[in-house]
Each structure stands twice: as C-alpha cells, then as structure tokens.
Design a protein around this ligand. Sequence first.
Ligand code: SF4
Ligand code: SF4
Length: 222
Amino acid sequence: MIVAEQKPMAEIKELVAPYKKVLILGCGTCVKTCFAGGEDEVAVMASALRLAFKVDGKEIHVEEQTVERQCEDEFIQESAPAIARNEAVLSLACGAGVQAMARRFKSTPLLPGVNTTFIGVLEKPGLFTEECSGCGDCKLAVFGGICPFTRCAKKLLNGPCGGSQNGKCEVSAETDCAWHLIIERLTALGQMDNLRTYIPPKNWRASLAAGPRRLFREDHVI
Ligand code: SF4
Ligand code: SF4
C-alpha cells in the first residue's frame, strides 16, 4: 500500500486559512489503512479545524466526504457536487489522489493534507515499513522476496556489507539487515545458489530516475 501521514495541524491550518468553505475529502483505500485519510480521520480533522478556527475567531464552513479511491475518475466524480459547494478541497489522499483531483476539477484549489511517504506494509499494529521503491524491474525472485534496493541502506546487490550486528543494519539499529533476511530466506528455500551469480549494477532507467513513467495497457482501451 501507499503509506502516508497527516501533515501537522499548524501547516494544514495555514493551507486552509484563505478559504471560508472547505471540503475535507478522504480516500477509502491506502490512506485509510494507514490511518491518515479515511472516513474517521476526515471526521477528526473536520472537528479539529472547526475548533481551531473558532478559537481564532474565524468563521469557516467545513464539509466532510470520503470516496473509495481518489486516484480513479470513477470514484472522484461522486465528489463533484460537494466540490461545487466549496471554495477549496483539503485532500487526505496520497499525492496521486490529489493530482487526479486537480486534473478533473481545474478551477478548485487542491490542498494536500498528508505527506505521502512510501510503498510499504503493515508490519505490526502501528508500524509501517518501506518495502518497495517502485523500480520498474522487479528482482525479488533472486533475493527470496526481500528487496535489497529498498531495504538495504547501501542498496547492495551482491551480499552484505559486513557491518550488521545481531541481524540489525549498521546504519540503524532499529532496522533489520536486509541481507541477513535474504540469506535466512534463501537458506530456508534451498536457493542460496541464487547468490553465486554476480548481479550487475541496477539499470535505473525503468525507475523514476529516468523521469515520470507511464503504463499503457492497449488491451484495456475502449
Ligand atoms: S525489486 Fe524493484 S519492484 Fe521489486 S520490490 Fe524492489 S524496488 Fe520494488
Ligand atoms: S548492515 Fe545489512 S542492510 Fe545495513 S547496509 Fe549493511 S548489508 Fe545493507
């Protein structure tokens, strides 16, 4: 999932301050799962903003809505009537959701209410970890399903740096050494031979490093 966290309230207040009627728009998919922008967070944010502006003696009308996914036209068109009633939208979706909305609603200011952080998993309640950098050329089969591009601090492709201690990365004692995990996993799978072949430096052309990417599925064109 895409992991995001809400911006500090002071920053949100500053973004919203120029407007008197604001729609807070949540997204019911990734940001809901990471507690940044689902229905519950929209309700809490709306109350917090109303209270914060009341304390400042400023009148503001805050409307709330959550759509299933802000990154898809099919869902965002549901918000068109609410957007028409408001001067601006505070979106609690990821950066893709905010931009999908901006594309569709050209004359409405779109304010990002969250910081989009990474592609990750829920490791345990309350802890999300980054697992994929979206490199565009997945090599997880070689590494037993653990991504050294993302999870090794030095992005090493041909074995560990030798600095790990008790399975933890030398760069951060809170982070598992990706290579410790890769070796454990390949041993369990009986696939340690995968590491006998030299892995050349990664070609980052398929990644964001070569500019924004597009994925065109001709078979889905109507
Ligand atoms: S190899 Fe690339 S696509 Fe696969 S998990 Fe790692 S960063 Fe993501
Ligand atoms: S300790 Fe492990 S994860 Fe950390 S930089 Fe070295 S090989 Fe990579």
